[in-house]
Design a protein around this ligand. Structure first.
Ligand code: UFG
Length: 319
């Protein structure tokens, strides 16, 4: 069972699960996801806050494992609407966990985020770094992680929380990709600017203590991320585990570097404007992912910023 399986990351994981022959049920309220992004399995339109609908779905489908993607994802929005994030990302996750416990479902894969680290003292960041989110988005995910750890200690759940760094790119076969009305993520925003949907791309902050003054992020291709979810699920189906893994490539790119690569890939010299910092942004977030490489034998295939942007551009051109 995949909550949020009609969204950007969820739909890529659903496709990867389908490619491996798994029986899939997607539970999604379609608030930001799209029915046609669900390329395999069955879609049930429902909200996580609707306990009765959720319960009925769990009872009927009887999942062996649940992957929980459904969430709000915009760091900036969370700064001005914290309760929206705590309600959907934290409170609704607890409703889901209660419903699963009541129905004997105990394998849970959780979409967490590098935002739980806040401003890390040491980069690349390892999983044992302190959790100290600087925005409600990161905090809303951290609370779920804390609950999972406690439930695992009580032997009530098996779980793997995957802390994503900056997920980008699109299905290399071109079937699916990111498709949000108000995309705020850098690569999507840059591509939409190249396409002419926006006049210019704003560069938020050029006075960070980084090599070129702009923020540094670790961009990971969504299909590599999807494979990690399958490895995580297969591990839980075999072993009892309560674990947290970072997911990134361990290499950071600045906003300016991403802009340059986007210009090269698209061949379009779109306009940028340097503006003040965006609230809630740490200067640098780069993953140390050696733990998942070793423990789950995750071997990324698309560790290449150009390929990430090319696949996203191929998709964006179809929208
Ligand atoms: N940026 C711009 N202009 C834009 C959009 C973004 O300059 O139009 C900058 C941001 O300020 C930031 C960088 O590009 O410095 C990346 O921003 P994104 O919005 O693409 O992504 P975030 O780093 O804010 O957040 C993402 C995920 C989070 C995750 C985080 C961890 O959305 O879930 O990566 O690295 F926690």
């Amino acid at each position: 069972m995949v909550t949020g399986g009609a969204g950007y990351i969820g739909s890529h994981v659903v496709k990867a699960l389908g490619d491996k022959g798994y029986d899939i049920l997607v539970y999604d309220n379609l608030s930001s996801g799209r029915a046609k992004a669900v390329v395999c399995g069955k879609l049930v339109e429902g909200d996580l806050g609707d306990r009765a609908a959720l319960e009925k779905t769990v009872r009927e489908f009887r999942p062996d494992a649940v992957m929980h993607f459904a969430a709000h994802i915009q760091v900036n929005e969370s700064m001005s609407k914290p309760l929206k994030y705590y309600r959907n990302n934290t409170s609704n996750a607890f409703t889901l966990l209660e419903t699963l416990a009541e129905n004997g479902v105990d394998n849970f894969i959780f979409s967490s985020t590098a935002a739980v680290y806040g401003i890390p003292d040491i980069t690349p960041v390892v999983e044992t770094a302190p959790l100290s989110p600087i925005n409600p988005y990161g905090a809303s995910k951290m609370f779920v992680e804390l609950a999972l750890k406690e439930l695992y200690g009580l032997e009530k759940i098996n779980y793997i929380a995957l802390r994503y760094f900056n997920v980008a790119g699109a299905d290399p076969e071109g079937m699916i990709g990111q498709n949000y009305k108000d995309a705020t993520h850098l690569i999507t925003r840059a591509l939409k600017t190249a396409k002419g949907e926006f006049d210019k791309l704003k560069i938020f902050g050029t006075d960070y203590d980084t090599k070129d003054g702009t923020c540094i992020r670790d961009y990971i291709h969504v299909s590599d991320l999807a494979q990690a979810h399958i490895l995580a699920m297969e591990r839980l189906l075999k072993n009892r585990e309560g674990a947290v893994y970072n997911l990134g490539y361990g290499k950071g790119y600045s906003v300016r570097e991403v802009v340059d690569m986007t210009r090269r890939v698209t061949g379009i010299d779109f306009v940028t404007e340097e503006t003040r910092r965006r609230e809630g942004d740490p200067a640098e977030l780069v993953a140390d992912s050696s733990k998942i490489r070793e423990a789950l034998e995750w071997i990324p295939k698309y560790n290449d910023l150009r390929f990430i942007i090319e696949t996203a551009w191929n998709w964006e051109k179809k929208l």
